[in-house]
Structures are given as C-alpha cells and as structure tokens.
Design a protein around this ligand. Structure first.
Ligand SMILES: [Zn+2]
Length: 412
C-alpha cells in the first residue's frame, strides 16, 4: 500500500477523527468547549498523535498545542481547532489538525532537509461556544490577542482568565505565545467547506479566496415590565416587541447585498423577567453580520444601529449596543492559493476557487503571515450538526494535496 494513497490517508484520518469525537462532555452528543476537561483530554490525545508522528510537542498559554518538526527559524504553520459547538459534527476543526499531523509525519520521520520547519497547531477556541470572544487561541499565536477578552465570562460566570488559571495557564505568558512575523512563513488550514458549493460542482477540494468579515453585537433593550392583563397596549414599553422589530430591520438590511455574501442573524434572545403573564421589561439579543467587503458590513452595522435607535425612541425603550467581536475580511494569499491549486491539480482534481462564509482561524493567522485554506467537500453542506460528513477519499485527497504542497513550499 502506497503511503500517499488517498484512500489509506483518508482511512487513517477517519480513524483519528472518530477517536477524537468520542471525547465529549455528554455521551449522546458532541460538546467539547474551550478549557474544559474534555478539551484537556482531546489535547492529550492529539499530543500523543503528534509525538508518534515524530513531532516535538509543546502547549502555549491559551492551550494551543504545537507539534514541531525541524529547527529552521522559518516555520510553515498548519492548523485548525479541536473545540466544537454544542451538538457538533466530528469533522469541523479536527480534520485540519489531523491532516496536518498526517501530512507532516513523512517529513518528520525521514528527517527531511527542508528550507523551513513545520508547526502543526491545534487551537482550542475557534467556535466561541463558551466565552464571548472567539478565536482567542489563534489570536495569541498571531500576536493580536486582546486582553479585554480575559474578563469575558461563560454562562456560569467563569471568566476566561479564571478558566485559563484552572487549566494551568498564566495570563502573563500569553504574549510569549505569539510568533514573530519574520519566523512565520505561511499558515495553511484544511477544513470542511461547511457549504454546498463543492458538492454541487462535483469536486472534492476547493481553494479559498477569502474569509468574510464578521461583526457581532449584543443589544440590550430596556422597557418597563408590567402586568400582562392590566397594562393597556398603548401604555406599554415592551422590550421584546421592540426586539422583534429590530430583528426584522436587521433582516431587511442584510438582504440588500446578496452579491457580497452579506448575511445577518439574531441567534440568541433573552426576554426578562420571562414569565407568561408579564410584559418583558428587558431583552438582550445578539447580532451576527457577515460580508466579503468590510466597508459594506460596517455601513450595515451603522445603519442597524441608527434604525434600532429610531425603533427604541418610537417605543419609549432604551437601548445599549455593544460590538463585542469584529473581524475584518481576510483575503487568502494569492501565491499560496496558486500553490494549493497546483497540488490539487497534481492529485487529479479541479481546484475550485470559493470564498468562505464561515470564520476560521486562518482569518486571524492572516494578520501574522500569508494564509490560505483548502476546503473539503462535505455532504449537503451540513456542519455544526451531528450529520456533518466528509468522505474518506475526499479527506485522503486533501491530505495528499497537502503533502505535495509541503514538498514544494518555498518559505520566501
Ligand atoms: Zn471550524
């Protein structure tokens, strides 16, 4: 059996993905959040794989595992994340980490003489499913970690700072997690597409042109709680009814730029006090707005802000809007895109070019060094769902293409 046979590579990847997927906070669904006991167990398993592949393992102050090959200062970084959303699929994140380990292994085992070293990175906080901030692990590696994120708390009131301490990490070591820009030659990430484009085109792999920017807001609407039976409609200051109108305003704004891939979502709403017979006096909701062009997205945020203020004024409500997450569009490096596309072609497939509507660690890493992504076809475009699926052969072709990419990579 050829060691670079896609079927064999894919079968190995699948076995590892299945083993990692067994590590969860709950037996019946996959939940692996940042800095939890499950994260620890997953990281220990990944570390053992890295060691077996001949990589030297270390872990930084945000829990990012690094599997290192070679002593060259210039590093090719290959990574993805091992945290998950709630009730997740098993491929989103782990595939990229495992692809990196399997692809680095032949170079590490043969002690290949390359003009660069390889670091395989397993980030722990990409999904943002525990703390308000997301991608804090890749931010630390890229040297763009914002210390304000440390005070953000999870649903149980545990701050990121406290969770890091409990995980055995020291906040004062975060700065040391950053790569020096002159050492980071490139960052490459393999990931399931999380969309339907590759399946529709009948191709296993796609080269990502850019990752859409994202704005996330938290809106607090304050009205006046009252008896649901005795307060007449015209005298109400219903915080939730205002929220509903604001949600529709967002939908209208986001629909105006389909050509730019703009999408807007209110994904979380809390109405208080939350009783069947009380007019809600307070509502808190989140807004997630994405698009390929930063200017259009920021203009949409400004318009949403103005329209919600007008809605609040008309209803006698007070609002506070907090922009808690802002990531600019990241354009993938053209030279890396071309190199990935050439590797895909050598593996016998057409390299489809496509943008990413989902956020990825590559978006953050592109602030450190040239970055690129290789997408793998997934069934029905489904992700963040237990039905998430990528075939063994598609994953194998991705790893084969990654190995070819490493063989020809020039650190510049
Ligand atoms: Zn992911």
């Amino acid at each position: 059996m050829n060691a670079f046979d896609p079927e064999a590579l894919g079968a190995r990847a699948y076995a590892m993905i299945a083993e990692l997927a067994a590590i969860s906070a709950e037996p019946k669904r996959l939940i692996r959040q940042f800095l939890t006991p499950e994260h620890r167990r997953a990281a220990d398993l990944v570390a053992s794989w890295m060691q077996r592949a001949g990589l030297a393992v270390s872990e930084d102050a945000l829990g990012t595992l690094r599997g290192r090959f070679g002593t060259s200062r210039r590093r090719l970084l290959i990574g993805s994340h091992i945290d998950t959303v709630i009730d997740a699929g098993k491929y989103d994140g782990p595939l990229g980490v495992i692809a990196g380990i399997i692809a680095a292994e032949p170079f590490a085992r043969s002690k290949a003489k390359l003009p660069f070293g390889i670091d395989v990175l397993a980030f722990g906080d990409e999904e943002g499913s525990r703390f308000p901030a997301t991608m804090t692990s890749s931010s630390a590696c890229a040297g763009v970690f914002e210390t304000a994120a440390l005070t953000g708390a999870d649903a149980n009131g545990v701050t990121l700072a406290a969770a890091l301490r409990a995980y055995g990490k020291m906040s004062q070591d975060i700065a040391a997690a950053a790569y020096r820009p002159q050492d980071a030659a490139a960052y490459v990430e393999v990931h399931i597409e999380q969309g339907p484009v590759l399946e529709a085109k009948g191709e296993p792999l796609g080269v990502v042109t850019g990752i859409v920017g994202q704005s996330r807001l938290r809106v607090t609407v304050t009205g006046e709680a009252g008896h649901a039976g005795t307060v007449p409609m015209e005298l109400r200051h219903d915080a939730f009814a205002g929220t509903a109108e604001m949600t529709l305003a967002l939908e209208k704004i986001a629909r105006e730029h389909p050509e730019d891939g703009m999408v807007g979502t209110v994904g979380r709403i809390e109405a208080l006090p939350g009783a069947v017979n009380i007019v809600p006096g307070r509502a808190v909701f989140t807004v997630d707005l994405r698009s390929l062009t930063d200017e259009l997205r920021l203009a949409a945020v400004a318009r949403f802000t103005a329209e919600t203020q007008a809605i609040a004024a008309a209803r006698g409500l007070k609002i506070a809007i907090e922009n808690f997450h802002e990531v600019a569009t990241a354009h993938c490096a053209p030279a890396l895109q071309n190199a990935l596309a050439a590797s895909v072609t050598e593996c016998g497939h057409n390299a489809i070019r496509l943008p990413s509507g989902a956020g990825h660690d590559a978006q953050i890493m592109s602030r450190l060094c040239p970055a690129a992504m290789l997408f793998v076809r997934c069934r029905g475009g489904i992700s963040h769902n237990p039905a998430e699926f990528a075939s063994v052969s598609d994953m194998g072709v991705a790893i084969a293409a990654l190995i070819r990419f490493i063989e020809k990579f020039q650190p510049g």
